[in-house]
Design a protein around this ligand. Structure first.
Ligand code: BEZ
Length: 292
């Protein structure tokens, strides 16, 4: 292990991990080191570039806390989240596709009953969302736990507006519901618009330097869990919306694009009479049976 040179460094690092007890850790770290060294050789990484990368990762760490997850943003914008999601969520056809989780889910969001308004005071055009949670054979899944979260009409999530607070009472346009005995669910919210990912930090500056925009197409996030089934993490995107072909985090799947139908003022699905236009969205989610 003396006289390690350019040609022997990779093998020396790989050999140093031979005794790791955790075989998976050894496999992953060996492969990572080999790829990292190949990358440095291929681009002939300079010392200055190496140090800029260290400073960049340091800045990513400094801005990250329990509300701002810059590392997930980095993974999302480099397509790593989409790759890992895709290769770990292959399902039989007919099941709803998964897509990125993103960094803006909040634990402990308020629970709602079917038909409730999850906007919790956020302003925007009303949007009535309904659907069913089904098994691949078409049978309804009762009591599925449905988490939903979205941005508001100003393109912000509640946690971005009130970074100092994650109190349940202040949650807006997010919540938890259950499917009924026939698998149905419905709720009222506001129309979600296209929104930029948080781009005032190092990841935003990187996107800028790469000539990339930070925008995501309009979408609702869903996480649906039921005993005996794989938990589904996905989005529903708005057909016709901007950025469907250039999502900053590469999360769009054609099967997840749905029509959000605009209605003139009149009687809404919940029976109320609305003086303004409103939207409806209907989508059925099909869960994959868990392998036992
Ligand atoms: C989002 O869906 O809002 C989101 C996803 C990835 C990164 C940032 C935001």
């Amino acid at each position: 292990m003396r006289n390690i040179i350019e040609d022997t460094i990779t093998q020396a690092v790989v050999a140093s991990m031979r005794e790791a007890e955790d075989a998976r850790l050894r496999t992953v770290m060996t492969c990572l080191v080999q790829h990292l060294h190949s990358f440095a050789r291929e681009v002939k990484l300079t010392e200055d570039e190496w140090f800029r990368a260290i400073r960049f990762l340091t800045a990513v760490g400094h801005i990250t806390d329990d509300k701002r997850q810059e590392f997930i943003l980095l993974s999302d914008t480099l397509g790593l989240s989409t790759l890992v999601t895709a290769q770990n969520n292959q399902k039989p056809s007919g099941c709803t596709e998964s897509t990125d989780f993103g960094p803006l889910f909040v634990e402990g969001a308020r629970e709602y009953k079917s038909g409730d308004d999850i906007s919790n005071g956020a302003s925007g055009e009303p949007c009535f969302v309904s659907g069913r949670v089904l098994s691949a054979d078409g049978s309804p899944i009762a009591s599925a736990r449905i988490d939903v979260w979205q941005s508001d009409e100003d393109a912000f999530y509640d946690v971005q507006r009130r970074p100092e607070s994650s109190l349940t009472a202040e949650h807006q346009t997010r919540g938890r519901l259950s499917s009924a005995a026939d698998g149905t669910f419905n709720f009222r919210s506001i129309l979600a618009g296209a929104h930029p990912i948080p781009h005032d930090g190092p990841v935003g500056r990187l996107l800028d330097a790469l000539g990339r925009h930070p925008w995501r197409p309009a979408h609702l996030h869903f996480m649906i869990a039921a005993p005996g089934y794989e938990t589904l993490v996905t989005h529903i995107f708005r057909n016709g919306g901007q950025y469907l072909d250039s999502d900053a985090v590469f999360g769009v799947r054609p099967s997840l694009i749905a029509d959000w139908v605009r209605h003139e003022p009149g009687v809404a699905p919940d029976g109320t009479s609305l003086g303004d236009a409103f939207y409806t969205l209907q989508y059925d989610f099909v869960l994959n049976l868990r392998n036992i």
